[in-house]
Design a protein. Structure first.
Length: 230
């Protein structure tokens, strides 16, 4: 059952740069797809279109049956369905860890504060950050902040999660703890699309690896086929 359907997506900038040249990808429920490829090839731009963070000019994108129009009208609906984790965490620095996680459930989902707090604490427990709930993001390590960002996304109970180089800004010793949380999520059946250079993660967790180059998907396969072919 498809959750993310992107068909012949094209995007270009005002200066004429054609960043996506007709990209198609279908991600089924529970599937984990890793997108790899050289820097500047359009990977980040592509997954940002799934969350209506980037407008596109041609093609069609549907998230769990919701059409994302080219001009990004009605984006609120789709933003609720798709969680996104960024390279730079993007936490609110003036809010505590707990407040970061409860913000959207309270203001977008209209959950009562008490319910939002309970759910948030469960999620922080799950990503191993519960003891830090009252701290501010700046008091946490990068790996801890990224796990808060994952908890924040999960609080909206998304249908799918997008990860844009989630470990690229981390010191090496913190990469593992974030990848472990992502691996657990995958194991629980979360539908995930990850842009990452972490070959180990791709090999062990991905159902499918796709290679993007110059605005196109140029190769796709199971991790075994992908990494073991000469
Ligand atoms: P990747 O995630 O594979 O590194 P990106 O999706 O970030 O690639 O690629 C974006 C490409 O589009 C880069 O080559 C970047 O220079 C270009 N780009 C981004 N924004 C603009 C813009 N406003 N105008 C023109 N080119 C842009
Ligand atoms: P990152 O690689 O961190 O994802 P980018 O370098 O692709 O980010 O883009 C950072 C910002 O600069 C974006 O707002 C993007 O639109 C803008 N940008 C990137 N490349 C260009 C470009 N060639 N011309 C104009 N704006 C660009």
């Amino acid at each position: 059952e498809p959750v993310i359907v992107a068909q012949d997506v094209e995007k270009w900038y005002d200066n004429g740069f054609h960043v996506l040249k007709g990209v198609s990808l279908t991600v089924n429920r529970g599937e984990v797809v890793v997108i790899m490829g050289p820097s500047g090839s359009g990977k980040s731009t592509f997954i940002r279109t799934f969350n209506a963070l980037e407008p596109y000019q041609k093609g069609r994108i549907e998230i769990d049956g919701i059409l994302i129009s080219h001009d990004l009208k009605d984006i609120e609906k789709v933003r609720k369905e798709v969680g996104m984790v960024f390279q730079q965490f993007n936490l609110f620095p003036h809010l505590t860890v707990l407040q970061n996680v409860t913000l959207a459930p309270i203001w977008v989902r209209r959950w009562p504060k008490r319910k939002a707090n309970e759910v948030a604490m469960q999620l922080l427990e799950r990503v191993g950050i519960a003891e830090q709930a009252k701290k501010f993001p700046g008091q946490l390590s990068g790996g801890q902040q990224q796990r808060v960002a994952i908890a924040r996304s999960l609080a909206m109970q998304p249908k799918a999660m997008l990860f844009d180089e989630p470990t690229s800004a981390l010191d090496p010793e913190m990469v593992r703890e974030v990848l472990d949380v992502m691996r657990e999520l995958a194991g629980e059946g979360m539908t995930m699309v990850c842009v990452t250079h972490e070959v180990g993660f791709a090999r062990e967790v991905a159902d499918r690896v796709v290679l993007m180059a110059d605005g196109m998907l140029v190769e796709e396969g199971t991790p075994d086929a992908f990494f073991n072919n000469p």
